[in-house]
Design a protein around this ligand. Structure first.
Ligand code: ARG
Length: 484
């Protein structure tokens, strides 16, 4: 293979050095983006007269052929140092001398970051559509379970009754924010680095705006030294992946607990569970556990990428080659988890009768009882104290609050009247939380219709992003339309 960087180096590279430095096994995944970026660059070279019409046509046809050859697996990929060398060398064997012009005015430093930015724009769209899948599943599950009262926990101790839909929608809000964060990441990726070359800027007056338009980049890089050596957009994306995984992990943790025999709040369909090789009775929630496990890897990726960058001197350093391993790993685990989780949610059934039975224990109405006394004129602090005594009495006598007579309640406070029993039914407790973010059935049904319109809005945002991405065909098409 002809090395792109032979220059002053005359001797052949030691084989051990090649093995250590080659990145093709990782960056081959960028082939589509490298080909599209190269096509746009040569169109730019034609614009400024570095290559002729005939040469441009040969190069573009050659690039299409390389794409096909990679996809048919008729190139022995491993012989190359990286994806950039592969494209240039393969092009040379297909079309000869014009291939020797494609690196004019660019460096692998701006080339690789261009590929990564194009890749990230595409991948953000896949991630966002996976998130929309989760949001749709959450909404579907919420709509199926309106009217089911569910215990909310604080400190994993029963706290107050909420609507099951309210609980589920609490995750809708988290993933909705994740979608929006990814939208911002897309904008951060949308800067075109070509023209930066190695670090000082290209020595050719490349028409960056035209190339950016062909590649559908909104913005141009403004400082060559910054854009070849910064990877903030990757850090942002890996951070967003970590947030998604952290949210998934918490949801999974809830569901693992609710799935335990001790809780038995949910049932996961058998096709989405696994068994044990030794204990025949087991039906394990392995998917939930694996997602929780993978979250640690992605959070690790965030630390890796930050540490990779933190000690680098200005502009490009070869350390940056390692960024792709980190990025690809974070993306693969996050997309895999997001996609399977969206499906898994629809395989979950909530056991309403068990949940209703278990709501009877745990004194979930205690706060509402204190609120009752406050409404009758008691101070909240005193009311808190009175209800604390009632709960203590119930624990000692093995009773629940609704078991107590009005006469017994009056011994704790003369303000209790017969209407207390209606006020502390689970539905009444729930409907009393009628503030904007509260769990009253009214507010929850309002939130479900907001969720429905948000999903619509996100889908159209996604369509808007899709038209801001490119393929090799679209790049070549724009050459035919506008440039040649
Ligand atoms: N494989 C390299 C990377 O991923 C490509 C850029 C190499 N640039 C260089 N000056 N050696 O970062």
């Amino acid at each position: 293979m002809n090395k792109l960087w032979k220059g002053r180096i005359q001797k052949d590279t030691d084989k051990a050095v090649e093995d250590f430095t080659y990145s093709i096994d990782i960056d081959k995944s960028l082939y589509l983006h490298d080909l599209a970026g190269t096509a746009a660059h040569v169109i730019g070279l034609k614009k400024i007269g570095i290559i002729s019409d005939a040469e441009l046509k040969k190069i573009l046809v050659g690039l299409l052929e390389i794409k096909q050859k990679i996809e048919n697996e008729s190139i022995s990929i491993d012989q190359y140092e990286d994806i950039h060398s592969l494209v240039e060398n393969e092009l040379y064997s297909l079309i000869g001398d014009p291939a020797l012009k494609i690196h004019t005015g660019r460096s692998r430093n701006d080339q690789v970051v261009l590929d990564e930015r194009l890749f990230c724009k595409d991948i953000i769209i896949s991630l966002e559509s996976g998130i929309v899948g989760i949001l749709e599943s959450i909404l579907e599950l919420s709509e199926k379970n309106t009217g089911v009262v569910f215990p909310a926990y604080t400190h994993l101790q029963k706290a107050q009754p909420v609507s099951l839909s309210h609980y589920l929608l609490s995750y809708f809000d988290k993933f909705y924010r994740d979608f929006q964060r990814l939208g911002q990441d897309f904008e951060n990726c949308d800067y075109m680095p070509l023209g930066a070359a190695a670090c000082a800027g290209s020595g050719y007056k490349i028409e960056c705006r035209i190339i950016a338009d062909i590649l559908r980049f909104k913005n141009l890089g403004t400082n060559s030294m910054d854009i070849v050596g910064s990877r903030d957009f990757i850090i942002d994306l890996v951070y967003s992946c970590s947030m998604i995984m952290m949210h998934l992990s918490r949801f999974c943790e809830d569901l693992i607990i609710y799935n335990s025999d001790e809780f038995s709040y949910i049932e996961i369909e058998e096709t989405y569970c696994t068994g044990s090789s030794i204990m025949p009775q087991k039906k394990n929630p392995d998917l939930l556990e694996l997602i929780r496990g993978k979250s640690s890897l992605v959070i690790g990726n965030l630390v890796q990428i930050l540490v990779l960058l933190k000690g680098l001197p200005s502009t490009y350093n070869r350390d940056l080659q390692e960024d792709k391993k980190i990025l690809f790993s974070a993306i693969e685990d996050t997309i895999g988890s997001v996609n399977i989780f969206g499906k898994l949610l629809l395989k979950i059934k909530f056991n309403e009768s068990v949940i209703t039975e278990k709501l009877k224990l745990g004194f979930l109405e205690a706060t509402d009882m204190a609120d009752y006394l406050v409404r009758k004129g008691e101070t909240f602090r005193n009311a808190h104290h009175i209800i604390g005594n009632i709960v203590k009495y119930c624990i000692e006598s093995g009773k629940t609050i609704p078991d107590l007579s009005i006469a017994r309640l009056k011994k704790f406070s003369g303000l209790f009247e017969d209407d207390i029993f209606k006020k502390i039914e689970m539905e009444a407790c729930l409907n009393a939380k009628d503030v904007n973010c509260g769990t009253s059935l009214n507010k929850v049904s309002e939130k479900m219709s907001i969720a429905k319109s948000r999903i619509k809005e996100l889908k159209s945002l996604l369509e808007g992003l899709r038209i801001r991405t490119v393929s090799l065909d679209s790049v070549i098409g724009s050459a035919a339309d506008k440039i040649i």
